[in-house]
Design a protein around this ligand. Structure first.
Ligand code: SF4
Length: 493
């Protein structure tokens, strides 16, 4: 009998090696690796989600007649060796893994792999698309994906008459809008058994049913999103509000990243809702763009540019601020709300990740590799392939602009425009010097000043540098920035 080894982020009968597996010829191996669980301070809800989803998937496979060897072992390697010693399989195969280290491990163990269909664009197809292009542009990739996958296309033309409705999708937070409540599950004995086994992480809340841990529950959330949330998704994608954590976000990334649902299932549901007239084109297009555009672009870049993983072009070398690891608190309302949201649920939306946390880390000069690893640990949907390009390429500009033409940095003005945070903050987003100056605003100008060598020649930054060069208070900004950075790293801010 052969063995199919199912990794913890490939939990779907339709993926790779499982797609044509039959219970009479195939035994399943799944390994809960103590090394992976305990080596890093992962968010308790991330560990709970992954392990519970693995256990439920093992039960689902057993119900389909498979003999499943789900074992807790010191490491993936040890689990594999224990399995082989116990069952002597005729051969062991795995679906192509979603990370380089696991790929290297499997190669070292001599485990063969089956081509993965977990993404709509296989990494070899992405490499072929990239070819000898001098610059890889998301927009080009997205249009290529739209056309070849035939999503939101009317013949050769994009549905709605445009490829991109971003100009409709950058609305600030609205007044008096009620956001549909996400679906929530009750925790059961499986959840409780997993939680009892987890290492303690004092600052993280336990799961409260927000995250689905089975395919069935994930599909229910997909239906809920498309029917009730998607119409509002587009316009307020980038808005942040203090009293609501989910707004109109899909909350589907953890399930896509674990394989519980597949990208075509999301896109098919969105397309059907648009064609039925239930959602406007800007919402449908915004969602399809996230799934077949950005998500698959990041996936392809992860494999194409392994050197991006450790890049640090700006030479940032400061540590993660103490407030980010629960040692102290911060008075910056936007940062505090975002960190609180992460501790409560292991999730905040993309603008909180990009324009609050990563932006601030970059302005402070935190080592991007530390930010990358911290984000992998904190987010329920964090994975190596997700955080590599998202953090090193886009958020921290650590690859020197290979992926994003200019750094995603801003002062307090952006946060003030896109959120209600500043109204309840002790700092003033319009001020760059003085005791009540917003740290983002002070550090933004200091960042431009510090990194002139890398950024001043960038045509997209010309306006900012022209303004910087007119600042008569730049020496005071520099002094204030030094104080702010010291306070952040000392845990006083
Ligand atoms: Fe954040 Fe500055 Fe606004 Fe305070 S004033 S919430 S620190 S952007």
């Amino acid at each position: 009998m052969r063995t199919v080894w199912v990794l913890g982020d490939q939990l779907n009968r339709r993926i790779g090696a499982l797609a044509d597996a039959s219970p009479s010829e195939t035994r399943i191996l799944m390994v809960e690796s103590e090394a992976m669980i305990g080596d890093r301070p992962f968010h308790r809800q991330r560990l709970h989600l992954v392990i519970t989803a693995m256990r439920r998937f093992a039960d689902e496979l057993r119900s389909s007649g498979f003999d499943v060897d789900l074992r807790r072992s010191p490491s993936l390697r040890a689990g594999f060796r224990e399995h082989v010693a116990e069952y002597s399989p005729s051969n062991v195969v795995v679906t192509e893994p979603n990370s380089r280290p696991v790929g290297d491990l499997l190669t070292g163990l001599g485990v063969g792999s089956v081509r993965s269909n977990q993404f709509l664009c296989h990494r070899e197809e992405f490499a072929a698309w990239a070819g000898d292009r001098t610059r890889l542009r998301l927009e080009d990739f997205y249009r290529w994906q739209r056309t070849r996958l035939d999503y939101l296309m009317d013949g050769d033309e994009p549905a709605g008459g445009a490829w991109n409705f971003d100009h409709d999708n950058r609305e600030p937070p609205p007044r008096d809008v009620s956001w549909p409540e996400p679906v929530r599950s009750r925790l059961d004995d499986v959840d409780r058994a997993v939680l009892a086994d987890l290492p303690d992480t004092a600052s993280d809340s336990d799961p409260d049913g927000w995250w689905a841990t089975s395919r069935r529950a994930a599909l229910a959330r997909l239906r809920h999103f498309v029917e009730n949330v998607l119409p509002q998704f587009g316009p307020y994608e980038d808005a942040m509000v203090s009293d609501n954590w989910h707004l109109a976000h899909s909350l589907l990334s953890p399930y896509l990243n674990l394989g519980l649902i597949l990208p075509h299932e999301v896109c098919d549901a969105v397309e059907d809702a648009y064609r039925a007239g239930h959602v406007p084109i800007n919402s449908a297009e915004g969602m399809i763009r996230q799934v077949i555009g950005w998500r698959e672009f990041v996936w392809g870049i992860y494999w194409l540019w392994p050197e991006q993983w450790d890049a640090n072009v700006l030479g940032n070398d400061r540590p993660i601020p103490p407030a980010w690891i629960g040692e102290t608190s911060t008075d910056m309302h936007c940062v505090r709300r975002t960190l609180d949201g992460l501790a409560e649920r292991g999730w905040v939306h993309h603008i909180q990740r990009l324009m609050v946390l990563s932006n601030f880390a970059n302005l402070v000069g935190v080592d991007p590799r530390l930010v990358r690893d911290w984000m992998r640990e904190r987010y329920v949907d964090g994975g190596e392939w997700v955080m590599g390009p998202n953090v090193m390429g886009m958020a921290m500009w650590a690859d020197g602009g290979r992926m994003a033409t200019k750094p995603y940095v801003s002062g307090g003005a952006y946060v003030n425009r896109m959120s209600d945070y500043c109204a309840s903050c002790r700092f003033d987003p319009t001020r760059r010097i003085g005791e009540d100056a917003c740290p983002f605003t002070t550090l933004y100008w200091d960042f431009l000043d510090r990194h002139r060598e890398h950024l001043a020649g960038n045509a997209r930054m010309a306006r900012q540098y022209a303004t910087l060069d007119r600042l008569s208070d730049l020496p005071e900004v520099r002094r204030r920035a030094r104080d702010v950075i010291a306070a952040v790293l000392d845990g006083e801010l």
